[in-house]
Design a protein around this ligand. Structure first.
Ligand code: NAG
Ligand code: NAG
Ligand code: NAG
Length: 240
């Protein structure tokens, strides 16, 4: 009788431990699955507090053509920050690659530019996900508004950009002509307007800047060959 009870007790103790191990194993597996899911969603996060990296650079700003956001308005907007951890957590990273969420990416970086000791700044022009042109600037001692300047240009896929004379080369561009992120070699008249890059947020006097009614601003015009072209020769696209 006594022996029988002892056996039952032993048996129940083992059962209890089995249950516990099973429960803990299940919990562990659940946690692992959750961790994997979080890792996957946060795959863009890096050790530096989760700054987004692209092409070996921290992503400061990405502009998408056709989303209706004024380029300079968005870049300079001090109350726009798409880089906060929770926003990035709930926003699929595909939205930052395709612009599908309808907004630009304005990173935390722009708020701390002066303190971050920026070394170089790179502009990539994308078409269908591929970089078609780029320009690298010396960022030493720059502010987030003045690095885009020919005197700071280090190299570019536009081979004549460093040495050509320019009559506009700035983020502000020409507000009268409504041209931003504007690099031009000539803006004497509509026919001779020539250069490398311009972002249009609205209509203007020149027909090359007028778009069909269905077209959506902003529109990014860039010189497709590796040198300046007349803007009237056409071409519009997507950039960051
Ligand atoms: C970048 O600019 C800084 C400050 O003007 C200068 O000291 C440095 O030599 C420049 N770097 C290059 C690679 O031109
Ligand atoms: C570009 O930098 C030079 C040298 O610092 C400065 O004189 C010039 O005004 C700048 N250009 C613009 C458009 O700000
Ligand atoms: C700008 O275009 C006008 C008209 O075609 C031309 O006379 C002038 O030489 C050009 N200027 C530059 C700097 O290319």
């Amino acid at each position: 009788m006594l022996r029988f009870v002892a056996t039952v007790l032993l048996f129940s103790a083992v059962t209890c431990q089995d249950d516990l191990v099973l429960r803990l194993t299940n919990q562990l597996n659940d946690l692992r699955a959750q961790l994997d899911a979080i890792k996957e969603r946060c795959s863009d996060l890096d050790p530096l507090g989760g700054m987004v990296e692209e092409d070996g650079y921290f992503l400061a700003f990405k502009l998408f053509a056709g989303n209706g956001r004024d380029a300079f308005g968005s870049y300079g907007s001090l109350d726009e920050n798409n880089d906060v951890v929770f926003q990035r957590y709930v926003t699929p990273s595909s939205c930052r690659h395709t612009g599908a969420c309808g907004h630009n990416f304005r990173g935390d970086f722009l708020f701390y530019w002066d303190e971050l000791l920026v070394d170089t700044v790179k502009v990539n022009i994308h078409k269908n996900g591929e970089v078609v042109h780029y320009a690298v600037f010396n960022g030493t001692g720059s502010t987030y508004l003045n690095w885009f300047n020919q005197t700071k240009l280090l190299e570019s896929s536009w081979l004549d950009l460093k040495t050509s004379s320019t009559n506009f080369f700035s983020i502000y561009g020409n507000s009268k002509l409504r041209r931003q992120f504007y690099i031009s070699s000539n803006s004497t008249d509509c026919g001779s307007d020539a250069g490398w890059l311009v972002i249009k947020n609205s209509k203007e006097k020149c027909s090359w800047g007028k778009l069909p009614k269905t077209a959506k601003y902003p529109v990014i015009f860039y010189a497709n060959p590796n040198h300046a072209v007349k803007f009237s020769s056409g071409g519009e696209d997507l950039t960051e």
